[in-house]
Design a protein around this ligand. Structure first.
Ligand SMILES: Cc1cc2nc3c(=O)[nH]c(=O)nc-3n(C[C@H](O)[C@H](O)[C@H](O)COP(=O)(O)OP(=O)(O)OC[C@H]3O[C@@H](n4cnc5c(N)ncnc54)[C@H](O)[C@@H]3O)c2cc1C
Length: 380
């Protein structure tokens, strides 16, 4: 893969951070089922929490290629840290960066970029994940406020967040054209956030239920025009899928690192298992799959940075990279034999972490629907 000098420097900085801070501590953090504050704060220290935010609001003003490079290296060390970063940066902060007005950016974006504030992004509801248009949370205008009622589900970072981007309908019976986005301060009266315990993987990240019971949000916290929310959510999901694809490449690369390291040191039949062709072929298949996923991910990021259409390529990258990382972590665990099946190994953690990637930010089935629709359109 060809990277610029600047990209290589970023890659090396984030890789060093992951090797020194994430890899040695990821297993312990995984046991807590709590948001890993230390890792988030350190990602903030090296500028990752605002990497794609405009420089006038304290970000680095970098593109999605650089974000993808950084996210891959974080996920290679610890996938949970990468999802904490993505929910904050690629979902929440990017929504504010792209759709916020000057006042909203002055008030909220600077602290989000620096990582002083943590962001969450709340679209999914108990009754509506894939079918985002069917959400039923409402925002009813009452003088200078909107009053929010309803509930959101599986919201990453919500329990530790300062602000959430929340999508609600102005009229429960209306269609998606009524969906509107709001910046909601997480400590607002009438907002209850309850972390959901018992996740299979990504266990130093949190996902919460969020209930709105007559929660008042001032009109000035509406993001964009009334009814612009669905379009802005779909735009943000398109670009954030590049970040998820990068996360998957990182998980796959991290699993390949572990498999090779283990295989070089494990001997059977008087030789390292790297000398058995069956193991070599698994390593070749893993390396080829990780590399291919990285290429499609960086292609989608390059298109986005070049301001060219990228939605189809982002869905292709998310689909290929997420299915790749489930397959690669499975093969890497196989290379470990029995030891890989036990807790207290990083490969067991990665195998669990990988599983959610074909579910969140649009399942594989939804990605296939998007790719099929856009591909068929090209033949009309
Ligand atoms: C750990 C975690 C973190 C998350 N973080 C966030 C977050 O921060 N913010 C947020 O808003 N959401 C978040 N989510 C929610 C996530 O995006 C949804 O779970 C996901 O979009 C799927 O929605 P669902 O769970 O309602 O499944 P459903 O939509 O009920 O889907 C169930 C199954 O049916 C399939 N299916 C549905 N519709 C179709 C169709 N038309 N054609 C074919 N198959 C279909 C799906 O692919 C899936 O296999 C998170 C989820 C998890 C697990």
């Amino acid at each position: 893969m060809i990277f610029t000098e600047e990209e290589r420097m970023l890659q090396s900085t984030v890789r060093n951070f992951a090797v020194q801070e994430l890899i040695p501590n990821a297993l312990e953090a995984d046991k807590t089922e709590d948001f890993w504050h230390e890792s988030f704060n350190k990602m903030a220290d090296i500028g990752l929490t605002g990497i794609t935010v405009d420089s006038q609001f304290g970000g680095s003003g970098a593109g999605y290629r650089q974000a993808a490079i950084a996210i891959e290296e974080i996920a290679r060390g610890d996938a949970s840290s990468s999802v904490n970063l993505i929910a904050h940066l690629s979902l929440s902060t990017s929504t504010l960066n792209e759709f916020g007005n000057q006042d909203q950016k002055q008030k909220y974006l600077r602290n989000m970029a620096s990582g002083k504030s943590i962001g969450a992004w709340a679209l999914t509801e108990p009754g509506g994940g894939s079918d985002a248009a069917s959400i039923s949370t409402t925002a009813t205008r009452d003088g200078d406020d909107y009053v929010l009622n309803g509930s959101k589900m599986y919201i990453t970072n919500a329990d530790v967040s300062d602000y959430m981007i929340v999508y609600a309908k102005l009229d429960k019976e209306a269609d998606y054209k009524s969906i509107t986005a709001f910046i909601v301060e997480s400590n607002t009266d009438g907002v209850t956030i309850s972390p959901l315990k018992g996740k299979l993987g990504m266990r130093s990240s949190t996902a919460s239920e969020v209930i709105f019971d007559n929660a008042k949000v001032p009109v000035e916290n509406r993001l964009g025009d009334e009814g612009s929310g669905f379009k802005n959510a779909m735009t943000i999901l398109d670009s954030s899928r590049i970040s998820i694809a990068a996360q998957c490449v990182g998980i796959g690369q991290g699993a390949l690192d572990l498999a090779i390291n283990y295989a070089k040191n494990r001997e059977t039949f008087n030789k390292p298992i790297t000398q058995h062709q069956a193991i070599q072929f698994m390593i070749a298949d893993m390396a080829a799959a990780v590399h291919s996923a990285r290429v499609v991910t960086m292609d989608a990021a390059t298109l986005k940075d070049s301001k060219l259409p990228f939605s189809n390529e982002a869905s292709i990258a998310k689909l290929i990279a997420s299915e790749m990382c489930i397959d690669v972590t499975n093969k890497a665990l196989q290379v470990h034999g029995g030891i890989g099946y036990f807790k207290d190994t990083n490969i067991e953690r990665m195998f669990r972490d990988a599983r959610v990637t074909t579910i969140y930010e649009g399942t594989s089935e939804i990605q296939r629907l998007i790719v099929a629709r856009q591909t068929l359109q090209q033949y009309q």
